[in-house]
Design a protein. Structure first.
Length: 134
């Protein structure tokens, strides 16, 4: 007999790892085509790398929509506070923002997904303290 809850947790864990992989890919990608003036005007996203980068960011946002965040929280994969942090970071991902700001939000998302905000006694976390790759 298959334990349905264990299977769901496995699937959720795989989805979370997939999202972390997408964020890693985005962080190692030149985000110039979707940031700044190029991103704001849409010219950097017409074709080629810009279009691929836009698709990657769209995929991350879709993977962290309200239903997906609820699913992660419901499975105990993220806490309610982490769910709020993810919602805030996803809402901030906008074409045309600076590349540095895009990367900061992507790192924030990765840190939450990896559970780097889970430690006892603190409710408020300095996001710059645990950002990897600065």
């Amino acid at each position: 007999k298959i334990d349905i809850k264990a299977k769901r947790n496995q699937q959720t864990g795989a989805e979370k790892q997939n999202l972390i992989g997408l964020v890693d890919t985005a962080l190692s990608t030149d985000l110039g085509s979707i940031s700044g003036l190029w991103g704001r005007s849409g010219l950097g996203r017409i074709s080629g790398k810009g279009l691929e980068t836009q698709a990657l960011i769209d995929q991350i946002q879709a993977g962290l929509n309200v239903d997906a965040r609820e699913k992660l929280r419901g499975q105990g994969t993220i806490t309610e506070g982490e769910q709020t942090m993810l919602a805030n970071s996803v809402a901030k991902l906008r074409y045309g923002m600076s590349e540095a700001a895009l990367k900061k939000e992507l790192r924030e998302i990765k840190n939450v997904l990896e559970g780097k905000y889970r430690y006892a006694g603190q409710t408020q976390v300095d996001p710059n303290k645990y950002i990897v790759g600065r």
